[in-house]
Design a protein around this ligand. Structure first.
Ligand code: ZN
Length: 187
């Protein structure tokens, strides 16, 4: 990951809240954030695919994909796999929005016969950045320090921010929040 990106992600998480009139410790709902960015969010049922294709995506093969971003004449559309839990969709959506916010350009694009462009095939570095920024937008370091410092459990944090416990555990570890708390407890 390029130097300074982690601090940049925290700044972006704070700026996104400010733009939306939210407190910097507040929960940022990815659906509301998408709306703010002018991005349309669909689930598979909104696509009006033929029932066989819908069944393939949601029933037979639900783990093969979690979300995709499409472009139609400059209008961005994110499709989420609604067979996944709301909390998983939450992090998928923030990941996809992060690619857009960071102006990532895919290595190649696929255009469907109806003229829809599928934005995928990002580089590993871009995937890493989108994971990192997505996590920071959902769980900014400041909010983790504040709430964990007040004695909230990781589970309580995950419930409050509407994300998975796994994501919350990962963020507390990689932002150094757990280390800081352990140090404080010893001091
Ligand atoms: Zn991605």
């Amino acid at each position: 990951m390029r130097r300074g990106f982690k601090s940049e992600a925290e700044r972006r998480a704070e700026a996104a809240r400010a733009e939306m009139g939210l407190d910097r410790l507040a929960k940022l709902d990815p659906w509301a954030y998408a709306d703010h960015l002018g991005v349309i969010v669909f689930d598979v049922n909104d696509l009006e695919l033929n029932p066989d294709h819908t069944k393939q995506l949601l029933v037979r093969d639900p783990d093969s994909w979690s979300g995709m971003t499409l472009d139609e004449d400059g209008v961005r559309l994110i499709v989420l796999n609604n067979a996944h839990s709301r909390r998983r969709q939450c992090s998928t959506l923030m990941h996809e929005l992060s690619h857009l916010v960071l102006d990532h350009v895919p290595a190649s694009v696929n255009v469907s016969p109806s003229g829809l462009t599928l934005l995928s095939d990002y580089s590993d570095e871009q995937e890493e950045e989108a994971d990192w920024l997505g996590g920071a937008l959902l769980l900014p370091q400041t909010a983790l320090i504040h709430h964990r410092g007040m004695g909230w459990s990781v589970q309580a944090l995950a419930d409050h921010f509407g994300v998975s416990v796994d994501l919350c555990t990962w963020r507390c570890r990689v932002t150094g929040v757990e280390k800081r708390l352990a140090f404080r407890a010893r001091a």
